[in-house]
Ligand binder design. Structure first.
Ligand SMILES: *[C@@H]1O[C@H](CO)[C@@H](O)[C@H](O)[C@H]1NC(C)=O
Length: 204
């Protein structure tokens, strides 16, 4: 119990950092909307991207350790449940097949699911930083600065939009950009595995 609370604290601490990054991207859009200077925008985006990369690099080590711990835990629990190592270890073969034999797996499984959900929440927040970087480009594109004769074709702004697009900024873990789609796949896989284990446990 204490472990999961500590784990949750660690994750919420990391989420706090990711939320700050999220706010920085918002702040960039806000400032650009105010000054409308593409050259300054390029410089600020450069700085923002460097900050994002640096923060992601600091966070990725601990994230990878925690994610692989949860993945290994799921692998161990599913091996215990699906391959039936409990049955082999049990002293009485006939009784071992009863449903109660697998009950001891419930507690570690619940702890793993709790950790997994916290990690998914963290990756979701990290993915929203990446998505926000993509949206910033659209936002800047949609801002039009009225020139002398109404709408002016602003090539500086087009350059900034192109620059943001080419920089592909976002939250990277080991060179992989975290997006909502990737988190969804992870969540789907986790749900399917948990469901399979629980179905197997209640059937056994
Ligand atoms: C998660 O990562 C932190 C920092 O590396 C580590 O102290 C902690 O033990 C890890 N937790 C799990 C469950 O792996």
């Amino acid at each position: 119990m204490v472990e999961i609370v500590l784990f949750a604290m660690l994750i919420f601490f990391k989420i706090h950092i990711v939320s700050c990054l999220d706010l920085m991207v918002d702040d960039f859009s806000h400032e650009y909307a105010q000054h409308g200077d593409a050259r300054r925008g390029v410089q600020q985006w450069n700085l923002l991207q460097a900050t994002l990369n640096q923060a992601a690099k600091r966070l990725e080590g601990s994230f990878l350790i925690n994610a692989s711990a949860v993945a290994a835990g799921f692998a161990a629990v599913s091996a215990d449940c699906l391959l039936g190592s409990a049955r082999e270890l049990g002293h009485d073969g006939s009784e071992a097949c009863s449903g109660r034999e697998n009950d001891w797996l419930m507690e570690p499984l619940l702890a793993l699911v709790g950790r997994g959900l916290l990690l998914i929440y963290f990756t979701l927040r990290a993915a929203s930083v990446s998505e926000k970087c993509t949206r910033t480009r659209r936002f800047i594109n949609s801002l039009f600065i009225a020139g002398e004769g109404g709408l002016s074709l602003d090539s500086d702004r087009a350059y900034l939009v192109r620059y943001i697009d080419d920089s592909a900024a976002g939250f990277y873990v080991q060179g992989v950009r975290i997006t909502h789609f990737a988190v969804m796949k992870l969540f789907y896989g986790g749900c399917a595995l948990t469901f399979a284990i629980i179905a197997r446990m209640s059937r056994a």
